[in-house]
Write a protein that binds this ligand. Structure first.
Ligand code: 16G
Length: 251
């Protein structure tokens, strides 16, 4: 990032800083996080004083490019992708995003093998001593965090779990274990402080909590996943058709 030592307007150096920061943000310079680097780092990077930086940041806050969260720092306002997800199709996050023209990416929160929790053992129909592959990820659409997912897959379906690629479903499909049917339960919830921080929203923001069990064609359970989707980015859409009237069964 380069900045003219003296601004063209002679003295109004902060205006040049405003323009530089705006340009860099638009170009995706701080795309890896919504959090703007700290004051000291920015002052060093731009070779300017704190007073000039603060003035420039105040202007970008007034314009809505940045926003301040008390005790947490200054954040970049990114246009958040909104996703309509038909709840009757069994698709993966990667596919969902691709279909909507967004680029999917993930950050690992957890990846390894361990014994199942009693909950997972029950959902996956595995014994308490059957190991599972556990994958926790922050999921992003066009670099914006939209969901947190914690998946558990019986290890027998992914013995080479170290080689699971960016899409869990693609890897399962390549190994001949494509999930073909799913059951999921959705409920409204409020995010914990830790999850809100990961998703870049205020603590206790609303979210959708989803639990999905996915099955193979032979009926075996291949995945049990708990997800938290930001309520402001995801809409689940259900298609409903008129069912034939239920007939009374005569005994
Ligand atoms: C979806 C699924 C999740 C699955 C993931 C695989 C919901 C609520 N959840 O996010 O259960 O593990 O896709 O995505 O739709 P991937 O193939 O991109 O890793």
């Amino acid at each position: 990032m380069t900045i003219a030592a003296t601004s063209p307007s002679g003295g109004k150096l902060y205006r040049t800083v405003v323009e530089t920061l705006r340009r860099e943000i638009e170009a995706g310079r701080f795309a890896e996080s919504q959090l703007l680097p700290g004051e000291r780092a920015l002052c060093e990077l731009l070779e300017i004083s704190r007073t000039t930086l603060r003035k420039a940041i105040a202007e970008l806050i007034a314009e809505g490019v940045l926003f301040h969260r008390h005790g947490a720092g200054t954040f970049i306002h990114r246009a958040t992708p909104r996703v309509d997800q038909p709840s009757s199709r069994l698709t993966s996050f990667t596919e969902d995003m691709r279909l909507r023209g967004f680029e999917a990416s993930s950050r690992d929160l957890e990846r390894g093998v361990s014994l199942p929790t009693p909950d997972e053992a029950m959902m996956l129909s595995v014994g308490l001593n059957d190991r599972v592959f556990r994958l926790g990820r922050l999921r992003l659409a066009n670099e914006v965090p939209v969901a947190i997912e914690h998946a558990a897959v019986p290890l027998r379906y992914l013995p080479d779990w170290e080689r699971v690629g960016p899409s869990l479903y693609e890897t399962l499909t390549e190994r001949g274990h494509r999930p073909t049917r799913g059951l999921q339960r959705l409920r409204a919830t409020l995010l914990s402080d830790a999850y809100a921080a990961l998703l870049g929203v205020e603590p206790r923001s609303p979210a959708l909590h989803i639990q999905r069990i996915a099955y193979l064609a032979d009926g075996a359970c291949v995945e049990f996943t708990k997800s938290w989707y930001r309520a402001d980015t995801y809409d689940f859409v259900s298609e409903l058709t008129l069912a034939p009237p239920l007939r009374k069964i005569r005994g």
